[in-house]
Design a protein. Structure first.
Length: 433
């Protein structure tokens, strides 16, 4: 078979693919969500279940996504279709891609709101708003922000624009340049923060909290949350990784790359926990504070420490970069599809998509103020979007991808694409699916 090429371009090397996919994986899920859900679900035991989910479920499904993307060399919608047809099945498998595009929009709409909070805090840290702030005042700053749709809208709009500017540039000029610059910055900032938290008195307590496995603390609900989160944090089940896989060079090993990405994502989440919990404990705060953990507790801690202003700024900058490189991958599948389908350039595609996600984001940010009474299944819009995507749509998408790769794609195609030399490892992957 003649090798297919993507019309969107290709990553310059295997490392760029790894950087880009890691950029997608490492995001608010690692730094904002993981610590607070670990905190709410008892710490260590939750972390252990989460690690098992990453290894047993996340890694095999990520390999499947990359291989389908690289085989199809198109947006997830068209890649699913073509790979299904190549394996003599119905092109209707493209529905998995459609569901992913929808999930991407839904995630983006609340993601961008949280990223907007982050931008607000970067600015606040930079201008010294949080110096010596007490916990009541920090709570008030956060609540006032949530209650103010105008401010939320401004930062949400800025974030949407930041993402679209990268996507407009396409795979090479946009995505590749962005991750080459941002990912190293992210790692450096993270290490600075780790070095800092290791010096706080709360470090060993924070370490214990994350790695002390006490199973009596674990509930079924926590297991479900851990499973859902493993999809969310690895960007699985919605086509982001499939799209990035479609730009991957042919000769590189999928298994090795995926393990590197999953390992980096996990390490960043654990380091984020090791940065946040020691600070929380050193200041006698509550690890189970929920979504406000990062936005209420940390500013107080930063406000009181020597040099906390600078570290606070660095910290939120780090979170902002992580959110940025993830959000790009939420929209790239839809952008690629618009270009393929209508032959558009990236400019109109980004204008249309930008308007769609900007509008959806307004509904999400309204959950905290003008439509706070509006409930779906008992959730406000923001929580509904989070719950539906992370706990329903991504695992479901992942399940379809696993069924497709394990039962519908021919074994020969999978063997070809994955090129795993050890039959044992290949079978392990097959069985895991
Ligand atoms: N993985 C990202 C995070 O942890 C979120 C994300 C989910 C990005 C799905 C793309 C697709 O923040």
């Amino acid at each position: 078979m003649q090798e297919k090429k993507s019309i969107h371009g290709a990553w310059a090397s295997r490392w760029i693919f790894i950087l880009a996919a890691t950029g997608s994986a490492v995001g608010l899920g690692n730094i904002w969500k993981f610590p607070y859900i670990a905190g709410e679900n008892g710490g260590g035991a939750f972390v252990l279940v989460y690690l098992v989910c990453i290894l047993m479920v996340g890694v095999p499904i990520m390999m499947a996504e990359v291989f389908i993307g690289r085989r199809g060399r198109q947006s997830p919608i068209n890649a699913m279709k073509d790979v299904a047809i190549e394996a003599n099945h119905s092109g209707k498998w493209s529905f998995v891609g459609w569901m992913g595009v929808l999930a991407g929009f839904m995630i983006f709409s609340f993601y961008s709101v949280v990223a907007g909070w982050v931008l607000y805090y970067i600015a606040g840290m930079g201008t010294g708003d949080f110096i010596a702030i007490g916990s009541d005042d920090a709570g008030k700053v956060f609540n006032d922000l949530l209650a103010d749709p105008q401010t939320l809208l401004i930062w949400h709009t800025i974030f949407v624009a930041m993402v679209m500017v990268v996507i407009v540039g396409g795979v090479k000029k946009g995505l590749e340049n962005a991750v080459k610059l941002l990912m190293p910055a992210l790692f450096i900032l993270l290490l600075i923060m780790l070095g800092y938290s290791m010096q706080t008195e709360g470090f060993s307590q924070g370490f214990d909290f994350l790695f002390h496995f006490d199973f009596s603390e674990l509930s079924w609900n926590a297991v479900l949350i851990a499973l859902g989160h493993s999809f969310f944090t690895l960007s699985l089940g919605m086509g982001a990784i499939m799209a990035y896989g479609s730009y991957m060079p042919k000769k590189t090993s999928i298994g090795g790359s995926v393990i590197t990405i999953a390992a980096m994502d996990t390490i960043v989440a654990l380091i984020a926990g090791l940065v946040i919990f020691p600070i929380v404990f050193a200041n006698g705060m509550d690890p189970g504070a929920g979504p406000g953990l990062m936005f209420v507790t940390l500013p107080v801690a930063f406000g009181q420490m020597p040099g906390g202003q600078i570290f606070g700024f660095v910290f939120f900058l780090l979170v902002g970069i992580a959110a940025w490189t993830s959000a790009i991958s939420l929209i790239e599948p839809a952008a690629a599809w618009l270009v393929e389908k209508f032959g558009w350039s990236r400019v109109p595609a980004c204008i249309v998509l930008g308007l769609v996600v900007w509008g959806l984001g307004i509904a999400a940010l309204g959950s905290f103020n003008f439509i706070s009474d509006f409930k779906m299944m008992g959730f406000n819009v923001f929580d509904f979007l989070d719950f539906m995507t992370a706990n329903v749509m991504l695992p479901l998408g992942g399940l379809f991808i696993a069924i497709f790769a394990g039962w519908f794609v021919t074994r020969k195609m999978a063997e070809d694409e994955l090129a795993i030399s050890s039959p044992l490892l290949f079978n392990a992957w097959y069985i895991a699916l």
